[in-house]
Design a binder for this molecule. Structure first.
Ligand code: GLV
Length: 327
């Protein structure tokens, strides 16, 4: 019997490609940049499976162009690039990679928090530029991290891991989410549930961990930034559009907030002439919060497992739309 065909939209770990190749005829997109739309549509024309990334638009048009498509496997925990209604309507299971990147992403959010507070990037750049002339009592001052109040917006898997990391720094935590955590957990991690406004007003550090939905689009804009302390450090390792970038620029430029550290931006990649890139009090890294070797390897093999299960017609373990199996 002929093997099913699969298009893998970017180079992933070889271990995962080997797993897929044992089951399917695989074509891997070799370029660093995503396949252009017309090329992607052409590549999926006769495939049974697609391994996609956040940067590939997987909509009804793509599904129309891929009449044999019976599984989509996304190598990410997020899947806002996929039209889930269309996939479900067509009975196509969509895989994703939850859980495996939770702690790695929280590690990065905490690293960003520390880097922005203690001005690591500015300091390192000053040294490289030959500007380290002396030890000076007033150079490169920033807020203390230990004992400061951490505000967490979105207390899901990653938000909770952020709270755990903050325990080592004796940081009391204020948080807001649509659902509240159990009381025992709040006590264990010194977390207090508060209104959004209170979290914004009373926190020394604010870390964003909400999903991107119509409700969280520009959740942080002028009004919210105005409520924050002038020294606050704002961290975003969730999704760029949760923070209004123009409002953030104004707040950072006017020093109405202290600093920001972003793993994600709106849009991605951020334009090279974006004014945020001109600010010393803003650190931006290129959406790499899950980029540890172990985590990206596990994401690759998990995406391969999901893809293979779909090709075999088996239930995939990590499926966004398990309702397709009810039919
Ligand atoms: C990364 O942002 C992901 O959703 O996995």
């Amino acid at each position: 019997m002929a093997k099913p065909k699969v298009f893998v939209a970017r180079q992933i770990f070889q271990e995962a490609l080997d797993m897929i190749a044992a089951e399917a005829e695989v074509e891997v997109w070799p370029d660093e940049l995503p396949p252009p739309r017309d090329v992607l549509l052409q590549k999926v024309a006769d495939v049974d499976g697609l391994l996609s990334l956040l940067t590939d638009k997987v909509d009804g048009g793509l599904m129309d162009a891929a009449p044999k498509l019976r599984v989509i496997s996304q190598i990410a925990v997020g899947y806002e690039n996929i039209d889930m209604k269309e996939a479900t309507r067509r009975g196509i299971p969509v895989g994703y990679t939850p859980g495996v990147l939770t702690r790695t992403t929280a590690d990065m959010a905490f690293a960003l928090l520390m880097a922005a507070a203690r001005r690591l990037v500015e300091g390192a750049e000053a040294v490289k530029a030959g500007k380290w002339k002396t030890w000076h009592p007033l150079h490169f001052l920033g807020p203390d991290i230990h004992g400061a109040t951490l505000g967490i917006l979105g207390m899901g898997r990653i938000g909770l891991e952020m709270a755990k990391r903050a325990q080592g720094f004796e940081m009391p935590i204020l948080y807001n989410d649509v659902i509240r955590r159990p009381k025992e957990e709040e006590e264990q991690y010194h977390m207090r549930f508060e209104s959004l406004d209170t979290v914004l007003k009373e926190s020394d550090f604010i870390s964003v961990h909400v999903n991107l939905t119509p409700d969280t689009y520009h959740l942080i804009s002028d009004q919210e930034l105005d409520l924050m302390k002038p020294t606050v450090v704002l961290v975003n390792a969730a999704r760029g559009p949760v923070i209004d970038p123009k409002a953030l620029y104004r707040a950072l430029k006017n020093k109405s907030i202290g600093a920001a550290a972003l793993d994600v931006t709106e849009p991605e990649p951020i334009a090279i002439d974006d004014p945020l890139l001109t600010l010393d009090n803003c650190i931006i890294v290129p959406h790499i919060a899950s980029a540890s070797v172990a985590t990206r390897l596990r994401m690759s093999t998990m995406a391969a497992e999901n893809l293979i299960a779909g090709l075999r017609g088996e239930k995939m373990v990590n499926c966004v739309n398990p309702e397709v199996y009810q039919r």
